[in-house]
Design a protein around this ligand. Structure first.
Ligand code: PLP
Length: 394
């Protein structure tokens, strides 16, 4: 084996800059409680917003399907990988969102790559919000379209780009909840712009499905523009509690993706058991709005607690609460201080967020008890007095 000295140098540099990443192995996980290096910790970092990954109905659906269908799907969807569970999940999501059709991919990342590369072609223009998720950025750059990035939520700038566009087709692409900042895209205004300039609107509801809207359909439902969105992308890996991405919209959109989306065509299908679990999750999201209400009560509880502590948090408008520290090493120290208190809240750093904008990214779930939230707030209160954590406070 040839030693990769250049790799060692790069890793050393990442360490010196506070940008080194390491895997953390959980020895046990139950809801929001985990064991890490033999210690109990409470997770405030997952995306299982409704706690559905641990729900008995999802587990039962997955177990039964493994017993009858086995573990892996064995081939790609267009070969022999489409089980009745894949088809049923696609019908279930379409019904849930009130869209004509849905196509399921193996992950949200692959749904974004597949959709943008299949839908756009040379002569097209993709307009991306600067804070879009990495999968949308990668997708845009893998496509044959010209890509322009507009400053975060800056509608004036976006409109200027739309006005100048001579593209064959123009695609406005945005997260609906921004994954590292927790704020919402101005979807009502984006719909107005896309209608005014005859472009298409593509939204990624990854963090919003099951969380936002009277029925949990996402921010597009919450803001009353669900039917106006052209390409509605989501994932079953977050509030849905399982795995897999989806694209929902008109029948011709889905037919085109089946024929052209490379991450769909050349990828092994999701295990049938995972699709069965996701179907159970969509049923629960519809039948048990209390789960969503509990999540929002938890968000409000933490928000009020942070305000009492004078903690530097931005306007909290979703279960994603970023506490921006700035310096990468300080963010790591503060994550470590919280870990010592028994809470896993990761320090998110470049390239996930811009350099110098490192943060603690805290996420809330309906599975957190009030006592989990109060213990976390008490821990923040205690570390307030430690000199190394002063950057947390206003
Ligand atoms: N889109 C957004 C906004 C995300 O935050 C993520 C995951 O973190 C994805 C897409 C990818 O989804 P998945 O984890 O299902 O691949």
């Amino acid at each position: 084996m040839t030693r990769m000295n250049w790799a060692v140098e790069k890793l050393e540099k990442a360490k010196a800059d506070g940008l080194f990443r390491e895997l953390r192995t959980l020895e046990h996980l139950k809801g929001t409680s985990a064991t890490l290096k033999g210690r109990e910790v409470t997770l405030f970092c997952g995306n299982d917003y409704l706690g559905l990954s641990q729900h008995p109905r999802l587990k039962a659906a997955a177990h039964e399907t493994i017993d009858s269908w086995g573990v892996g799907a064995g081939s790609a969807r267009l070969i022999a990988g489409t089980s009745k569970f894949h088809s049923a999940l696609e019908v279930r999501i379409a019904q849930f969102l009130g869209k004509q059709r849905t196509l399921v991919f193996s992950s949200g990342y692959l749904a974004n790559l597949g959709a943008l590369t299949a839908l756009t072609e040379s002569g097209d223009l993709i307009l991306l919000d600067k804070l879009c998720h990495a999968s949308l950025i990668d997708a845009a750059h893998m496509s044959s379209a010209v890509v322009r990035v507009y400053p975060h939520r800056n509608l004036k700038y976006l409109e200027r780009l739309l006005k100048q566009s001579k593209a064959k087709r123009t695609w406005i692409v945005t997260d609906s909840i921004f994954s590292m900042d927790g704020d919402l895209a101005p979807l009502v205004e984006l719909v107005t712009l896309k209608q005014r300039y005859g472009s298409y609107l593509v939204i990624d509801e990854a963090h919003a499905t099951g969380v936002f809207g009277a029925n949990g359909r996402g921010v597009s439902e919450h803001l009353g523009v669900l039917e106006k969105v052209d390409v509605h992308i989501g994932t079953c890996s977050k509030a849905v509690g399982a795995l897999g991405g989806f694209v929902a919209g008109a029948s011709e959109l889905i037919e085109l993706l089946i024929n052209r989306a490379r991450t769909f065509i050349f990828d092994t299908a999701l295990p049938p058991s995972i699709c069965a679990a996701s179907i159970a999750a969509f049923d629960l999201i519809q039948e048990e709005p209390e789960l969503r209400k509990k999540l929002w009560r938890n968000v409000e509880h933490l928000k009020a607690g942070f305000e009492n502590l004078n903690l530097r948090v931005p306007n909290v408008c979703s279960p994603i609460i970023p506490i921006v520290i700035g310096d990468e090493k300080k963010a790591l120290q503060q994550a470590q201080a919280l870990l010592e208190e028994g809470f896993l809240v990761p320090a998110v750093r470049y390239p996930t967020v811009p350099k110098g904008k490192a943060r603690l990214r805290l996420t809330v779930s309906s599975a957190h008890s009030e006592s989990d939230l109060d213990r976390l707030l008490e821990a923040f209160g205690r570390i307030a007095n430690a000199p190394r954590t002063e950057a947390l406070f206003a």
